[in-house]
Design a protein around this ligand. Structure first.
Ligand code: GDP
Length: 195
């Protein structure tokens, strides 16, 4: 999709504020600092519309970006903050779970994993939890410019093995710096709009 018009439509901090949207929703999940905001900004040709997890206010909200009045990018709060209390974690889980359960328009969840490292325990828990909620996450391996090109397939294989994916499943290596992977990811998203 050729993106020109995007805006942050809603910032939702509570279950009872979750919207009932008409447009297709595509959600993004990932550990804080994985490169989620950078990826969203890359996908929508913006420098800094999606806020990074370092910025206050971002932590516990679900942000809905309207893309060309055609779909929403749903930026789920990042997981894996060191300083989060158990109560906050539980609240976070309930909040996301109610979104995943209540959304009628959520067609795809994109889970981001840093290509440099083995998926963490938390990444695995998150992946399995999303599957348990009835979705098959599309995995995007971020920051691919940080490893040697010759190592990409090796790292992709490790991610597949650690998450228990079949060898033919799709993982998209992505770089917000070089924009590699952008077109391929848009192809997957565009496909969700066709059905
Ligand atoms: P978020 O917390 O998941 O939203 O992560 P951010 O998008 O804020 O990125 C965290 C850090 O990683 C920032 O310093 C980004 O500049 C950096 N970063 C994100 N994506 C890439 C990438 O594709 N390549 C490189 N080299 N750095 C990246």
């Amino acid at each position: 999709m050729d993106v020109h018009n995007v805006y942050l439509d809603r910032v939702v901090g509570r279950i009872d504020q979750l919207p009932t949207n008409e447009l297709v929703e595509i959600a993004f999940a990932g550990k804080s600092n994985v490169g989620k905001s950078s990826l969203i900004n890359t996908m929508i040709n913006r420098k800094a519309l999606a806020r990074t997890s370092g910025q206050p206010g971002k932590t516990q909200t679900i942000n809905f970006y309207n893309i060309e009045e055609k779909l929403y990018f749903v930026d789920l709060p990042g997981y894996g903050y060191a300083k989060v209390s158990k109560a906050d974690r539980e609240r976070w889980g309930k909040f996301i779970e109610s979104y995943l359960k209540s959304s009628k328009q959520l067609k795809l969840i994109i889970q981001l994993i840093d290509i440099r490292h083995k998926p963490s325990e938390l990444d695995k828990v998150m992946y399995n939890w999303i599957v348990y909620q009835g979705y098959t996450p599309l995995i995007v391996a971020t920051k691919m410019d940080k490893i040697n090109r010759s190592q990409v397939q090796k790292h992709v294989k490790v991610i597949k093995e650690e998450l228990g994916l079949t060898s033919d499943s799709i993982i998209i290596p992505f770089s917000s710096q070089t924009k590699k992977g952008k077109d391929e990811l848009w192809e997957h998203i565009d496909r969700c709009l066709e059905v």
